[in-house]
Design a protein around this ligand. Structure first.
Ligand SMILES: C[S@@+](CC[C@H](N)C(=O)[O-])C[C@H]1O[C@@H](n2cnc3c(N)ncnc32)[C@H](O)[C@@H]1O
Length: 143
């Protein structure tokens, strides 16, 4: 929160609101009654939070996104059939040693949670340092 506020102060914008604290597990999210969001961006949370946060993020985003809205997640993911980078392998071991509930998530398990919440993975982009950007939208039959 403090660093978000500091960045916002450095780059003021008329539409930019003050940061809010959100625990994704505190469902249902009560953020901005009557409003919906064009995008929800979640960086570096899924691997440094208990697995339950993944489903909670998906359900919360699905309930607050506008019909054409996007949920974008950023971070490291493991992908079946793709080799894991050495750096991510040791990062995963380090995370699990720090907290057994943490760890780099499997992409297919994340997308399963998304699907259950009514979202689908539309794009997967490679990012620097073995990170990936996942772009989810409402499942077509739910749009
Ligand atoms: C490594 S930090 C990433 C911070 C920032 N997003 C970034 O990329 O620099 C992990 C973040 O996961 C968040 N987090 C952990 N559990 C959470 C929860 N239940 N609800 C919301 N955020 C959570 C923490 O608050 C923390 O900001």
């Amino acid at each position: 929160m403090t660093s978000i506020a500091a960045w916002a102060a450095q780059q003021p914008s008329p539409g930019l609101q003050a940061p809010l604290s959100l625990d994704v597990l505190a469902e249902p999210w009560t953020l901005a009654p009557g409003e919906s969001f064009d995008a929800v961006f979640c960086a570096n949370m899924l691997h440094i939070a208990p697995w339950a946060c993944c489903g909670a993020l998906m359900r919360g985003a699905a309930s607050w996104l506008a019909p054409q809205g996007l949920l974008i997640t950023y971070g490291p993911y493991r992908v079946e059939g793709e080799p894991i980078a050495d750096g991510n392998l040791s990062f995963d071991a380090d995370l699990r040693a720090r907290n057994p509930q943490w760890g780099i998530r499997w992409l297919h398990e994340v997308t399963n949670q998304a699907n259950t919440a009514g979202l689908q993975l539309n794009h997967r982009l490679s990012m620097p340092a073995n990170n990936q950007m996942l772009v989810f939208a409402r499942r077509r039959q739910d749009a």
